[in-house]
Ligand binder design. Structure first.
Ligand code: SF4
Length: 699
């Protein structure tokens, strides 16, 4: 009845389902989350998208894992209920045996970025200071690590330079590989405000996405070839005298080499490679070049690539040449996808980084963090394997056991049958999650984690805004917050002295110390001030500091204060279509699902909209192959085949197929994708592999 839906308390917090981190209230009654209410927070102004409206339904979901599970009879035996003591004692005894026999690096931690900063920090510290392994990395490696490295190279700091609330100041928006209306719906309100002011919109995408349908200009680029278009646009700007010479002289270095490199990029050649008509590229360059304030927004469409870093650098080169970075509403913006994708990579759970973006190979950084953690610097491990490389080490037998938290590798990694074979070699494979995932099904031990509204802490959204997540209810059943699990393990390993947290706030205080002086400096923030200010932006080096919503207004992050132009040449995707596999297969998200879908596939309202995957194919291509709308089809790549439903749509390039990636087992598109990675950051090439498609004839 209506009375039973009346909340006793409203808990202010944020949605967990994407990097926007919309403010919301959770309605709580009799110790249960019963609903959601809008919250007028600085960047979402009361709005929530379909995922945000039902995120609360995870809390009491019947599928929640409520107690630890273990395979007592070894591999092949069933997962059975265990006590925490049994599960944790077993893990620690196996780890001690393995490390005694094979060394510290026999154990790996594979973490995630949908957790709070406090949990991400605890994961990195646990791996390095408690386990002493170099192998710790996280699923952000698969997300936007290419953009992170590009910004660090170009600007000296890995963060979007401006908050999303600045977007309405732009006169021209360029969306490169970002399906914003579906993946970040609430962020769109800032785009609409710019459009209402008269801003133009250019979209580069192989699909005419909902955003592209509203654009002034859609450039239907072949997936994996965006850089050709971007370099050509820069060449056209140079030819038309539309670059900012003074800005280039005063605020940057490296321009001459970029100017020389792009000189050979012509619209005709760009058309041949990218499939975008030359005149549209010329029009795009003019629209972009004439705008007083212009903003390039990019996401996985260019970042999920074996040349992801370089394509992001083509974006930074364009914006620097127009003198836009550091300007109100101008420059570039990476639109980070995971809930805490930004914070998750600042907290020291990345293979090559320590908290606050300190570098694991810099002596001073190692000494500083060793001192904060209370360990001798000689015990600080060196750089370990990236997430994608860990799979090879598992397959080779170099990594013997792995604890996976907040990640569903069997859906999210490319070529997932190879991944499965690697995971099956681990003993034990430990998975920490709150729903049984396709990866947890393979585990020897499954530990039930608390869901986001059962713990507190902070996250850092795609703008660099740190927000406070509040605890609404107690963890369900016997589940525990991830950091509490780590504390229990550390105690059993005799490392209580350095890992004795009693609360998330204890970890927060530790991470403030650890980030002090780093580029992502949280040391001046407090939970109370974050709430008062509706979020705080790093760097915030002391308690009197207001935080830094806009970066690079005066100086860039490099020691000389100048940005770097970096010349980049187009290289094709690692696998191009050919006779056997004539299509380019690309993957992505839909509005109803989050990442591997392990959460959203369980939420009825969301799943009803998109209960299974489909493949989008253009009517011309479909007609040639005799494929009708809703036919069952088989798609095949050099790595495997899968069957699914065809959706014949005019909104995709005729040479391209698109499949959403939120599904598991036989419905996982990552059975087919290419495990090729960017040489710098090891991010996989999810957005371009070769494939063929055929109709499955009725029996
Ligand atoms: Fe949640 Fe993102 Fe939707 Fe906001 S836009 S409600 S953070 S999924």
């Amino acid at each position: 009845d209506a009375h039973s839906r009346t909340p006793e308390t409203l808990i202010p917090t944020h949605c967990s389902f994407c990097g926007v981190q919309c403010g919301m209230y959770l309605k709580v009654r009799q110790g249960q989350v019963i609903g959601v209410e809008p919250r007028n927070y600085a960047h979402n102004r009361g709005s929530l998208c379909p995922k945000g409206v039902v995120a609360y339904q995870q809390a009491n979901h019947p599928d929640r894992l409520r107690y630890p599970l273990i395979r007592r009879g070894g591999k092949g035996s069933p997962l059975e209920r265990a006590t925490w003591d049994e599960a944790l004692d077993y893990i620690v005894s196996r780890w001690q045996d393995l490390q005694g026999q094979y060394g510290k690096d026999a154990i790996a931690i594979y973490s995630g970025s949908s957790m709070t900063n406090e949990k991400c920090y605890a994961m990195g510290k646990f791996a390095r200071a408690v386990l002493g392994t170099r192998h710790v990395d996280y699923n952000g490696r698969l997300c936007m690590s290419s953009a992170a490295v590009a910004y660090a190279k170009a600007f000296g700091i890995d963060r979007s330079p401006i908050p999303m609330t600045d977007i309405p100041n732009a006169d021209c928006l360029v969306a490169v590989g970002v399906n914003m209306s579906e993946c970040f719906p609430v962020m769109m309100q800032w785009v609409w405000r710019a459009r209402d002011r008269g801003a133009s919109l250019i979209v580069l995408d192989p699909r005419e996405t909902p955003l592209a349908r509203t654009a002034d200009l859609w450039l239907p680029v072949r997936s994996g070839t965006d850089m050709v278009v971007l370099n050509t646009m820069l060449n056209l700007l140079i030819q038309d005298g539309m670059i900012d010479e003074e800005y280039i002289r005063e605020r940057t270095v490296g321009w001459e080499q970029v100017r020389e490199t792009v000189a050979k990029y012509t619209p005709e050649e760009a058309q041949r490679i990218s499939g975008v008509p030359a005149e549209r590229i010329i029009t795009a360059a003019r629209m972009y070049g004439r705008a007083a304030t212009s903003l390039i927004m990019h996401a996985r469409g260019i970042e999920h690539s074996s040349h992801g870093v370089n394509t992001c650098l083509a974006c930074t080169n364009l914006a620097l040449a127009r003198g836009q970075v550091g300007k109100l509403g101008g420059g570039t913006m990476m639109v980070t996808g995971q809930g805490n994708g930004q914070g998750g990579r600042e907290m020291g759970q990345k293979a090559n980084q320590l908290p606050g973006y300190r570098h694991i190979d810099v002596d001073e950084d190692r000494r500083f963090i060793a001192q904060v953690w209370g360990i001798p610097v000689e015990e600080m491990p060196w750089e370990g394997a990236a997430a994608t490389e860990m799979i090879h080490l598992m397959a080779k037998g170099d990594i013997k056991s792995c604890m996976i938290a907040c990640s569903n590798l069997m859906v999210s990694l490319p070529d997932n049958q190879t991944v499965k074979r690697a995971l099956q070699q681990l003993d034990p494979l430990i998975v920490v999650d709150f729903f049984m995932s396709e990866t947890a099904e393979l585990a020897d031990v499954v530990l039930p984690a608390a869901v986001w509204c059962e713990d507190e802490g902070t996250t850092t959204n795609l703008e660099g805004r740190v927000v406070k997540i509040n605890k609404a209810v107690e963890p369900l059943g016997e589940s525990k917050a991830d950091w509490e699990i780590l504390v229990e393990l550390a105690k059993r390993m005799g490392k209580e002295r350095i890992f004795s947290y009693r609360s998330a706030r204890d970890i927060w205080n530790d991470l403030r110390k650890a980030t002090k002086g780093g580029s992502a400096d949280y040391s001046g923030m407090s939970w109370e001030k974050i709430d008062e200010e509706q979020g705080m932006f790093w760097p915030c080096p002391d308690e009197g500091h207001p935080g830094t919503p806009r970066l690079f207004t005066e100086r860039f992050g490099h020691p000389d204060g100048k940005a770097r132009f970096i010349a980049v040449e187009y290289q094709p995707p690692a696998e191009e279509p050919g006779e056997d596999f004539p299509f380019r297969l690309t993957t992505g998200r839909v509005v109803y699902h989050y990442l591997s879908g392990n959460q959203t596939r369980r939420l009825g309202f969301l799943n009803a909209q998109a209960p299974e995957p489909w493949v989008e194919i253009h009517p011309q291509a479909a007609a040639k192959l005799g494929i009708q709308n809703h036919d069952r089809v088989r798609i095949t790549s050099p790595r495997g085949s899968m069957e699914l439903q065809a959706l014949v749509v005019p909104t995709i390039r005729p040479d391209t197929l698109f499949v959403p990636y939120h599904y598991g087992h036989a419905e996982a598109i990552n059975q087919l994708t290419n495990p090729a990675v960017d040489p710098t950051v090891k991010i996989p090439e999810y957005k371009a592999c070769a494939a063929r498609i055929e109709r499955i004839d009725a029996p």
